[in-house]
Write a new protein. Structure first.
Lengths: 319, 319
């Protein structure tokens, strides 16, 4: 049973009386009466980050992953809390000093503030990050409309390549290695887009588990299907080069997650304003598919326009 | 270096620009402008709870420990979030069902609602609980006044005995075993007292690390000292009996923490209202000491009125 089904089965009834909790079917908690939005995620060494040899980079990755949950919903993150479990090696003075410096840089970049947290002893390293923002309105899941266009920001797949370089499963030259590893540790978020999203997105999610997996989560409670065109999925020039050199499958590279790009749907009538917003903020926003009726099955088309079935649909935490 | 010093050294500068964060020198975060109060704590198996053989009890303990941070500040907890890291054994269907049932009982008891959380895979079991409440006013640390009386709610020491029974370090009959183990897993909180505290407490903390340790944390930034009378420290009849039977030291038993009782100071002029409140709510509130000037050293007096020095001042997470 995967994480999503687990939560659903055992815990959704506990939050039912609390109408503001979105019935645990979203990545964030929203209490409309207090205009508060909260995201909480736990990151475990070996599962969510490969090791702690670069604490300053791991911290950037998990902070961005956490605030990404708010940003993709149209909510500016305001504070964050960090709880670390680890041993004396993980939390050595040298590491703490690196973590602190790194947090300071992220604070300046994203205008967020450390508001608390604790450190506890454990032989297994993990962090829980809580991000809090305030907003009267947020973009929810499961609000896609029939005939909506499907969009994604930035590029997908770079982070997955970075991870595989770190795991020594892919060998590339120094230049490419630096590029991809940077994208793994420091995904590019678009805080400037946050509030604008409210103008056009019907529903949204950030791509953390994987493009297809997250698209399915986005509309999981709706009687809808989708058409997804791999040819339209945006990738970086460097990934384009690598796919050619290493004979990789694009549809595989772009569906492995950890991208932290914003996946959203919008009415075709919003096409113009989305184009304008993208241009004025210099943010790449690509139309990659279409929402369809539930009479049809969801379809994915590869680079050559052929219908394909993906074997591994992104990433669930298996128990 | 202990947890408190660590946080202070490396992270306090990160929260300085954020005046609402109490500079990380409190157990809760308070944003006055939003009237929001947040407490986050991580509980690791082997450190904060001994094992997971009774998941339904461990869950009660950690939920109470978390909301206790809010209750002792005069804030009613409203929602909570739970993030669990563990393996398939810890999160088996049977355990999840027990956890869910237990959470449901706690929700009814304390009028709180599950608002989110996640489960991730880890070979080390831990939980991070986030509790959120709303209040325009909270009782802060370091607001004791010279000549304040020091009070504590309920009884101290039972939880520590319960822990030692579970660890098989103390052997008692079934009746006593059930009693003390229950107090270890299910500390008695006083939610009815929460809002009343605002009427008389100058400063407060919950006793989690240990009576003396928490008293020192309570006034750590103030130029004050204290006098603490062990004779006045409230204990249960069962603990009184056990101390007699096993020739235990009361001052040791009541300073080991995990009690989740409220330790607060109040002006002597509030003595009457405190007495009245205690009586009307049927809550034991005991005067156990006095706040004094920093010219004097803090003093602890044992059962016979003799000045003593405690060797182990409660519980810090060592790194």
């Amino acid at each position: 049973m995967n994480e999503f089904e687990l939560v659903k089965k055992y815990f959704s009834r506990l939050s039912k009386s609390n109408t503001s909790s979105l019935n645990l079917n979203d990545d964030v908690f929203f209490d409309k009466s207090k205009s508060i939005v909260v995201s909480i995620d736990t990151y475990v060494e070996g599962t969510h980050f490969i090791d702690f040899r670069k604490p300053e980079l791991v911290i950037k990755k998990i902070i961005r992953s956490s605030i990404s949950d708010l940003i993709c919903k149209g909510v500016d993150p305001k504070y964050y809390f960090i709880s670390g479990s680890g041993n004396s090696k993980s939390f050595s003075s040298s590491n703490l000093s690196k973590i602190s410096k790194s947090l300071s840089q992220e604070q300046n970049k994203y205008k967020i503030h450390l508001s608390g947290g604790d450190t506890v002893y454990s032989n297994k390293l993990s962090f829980t990050i809580t991000s809090v923002g305030f907003s009267k309105k947020i973009i929810l899941r499961n609000k896609a409309k029939f005939n909506d266009d499907i969009y994604v920001t930035g590029n997908l797949g770079d982070s997955f390549i970075g991870l595989n370089i770190l795991k020594k499963k892919i060998k590339v030259n120094n230049f490419l290695s630096t590029y991809f590893v940077k994208r793994y540790y420091q995904p590019i978020l678009f805080p400037k887009l946050t509030k604008k999203l409210l103008d056009f997105a019907n529903t949204s999610i950030d791509v953390s588990d994987g493009l297809v997996s997250d698209l399915e989560k986005l509309i999981n409670k709706q009687k809808l299907s989708y058409k997804l065109y791999m040819k339209k999925v945006p990738i970086s020039k460097n990934l384009q080069k690598l796919i050619f050199l290493k004979k990789l499958k694009k549809e595989y590279c772009v569906t492995q997650g950890d991208d932290y790009q914003i996946l959203f749907t919008a009415s075709p009538s919003k096409s113009r304003i989305i184009h304008k917003t993208a241009k004025s903020l210099s943010i790449k926003i690509s139309k990659i598919g279409k929402i369809s009726t539930s009479i049809l099955k969801s379809e994915i088309f590869n680079q050559n326009g052929e219908k394909i079935a993906l074997k591994k649909q992104g990433y669930y935490h298996k128990f």
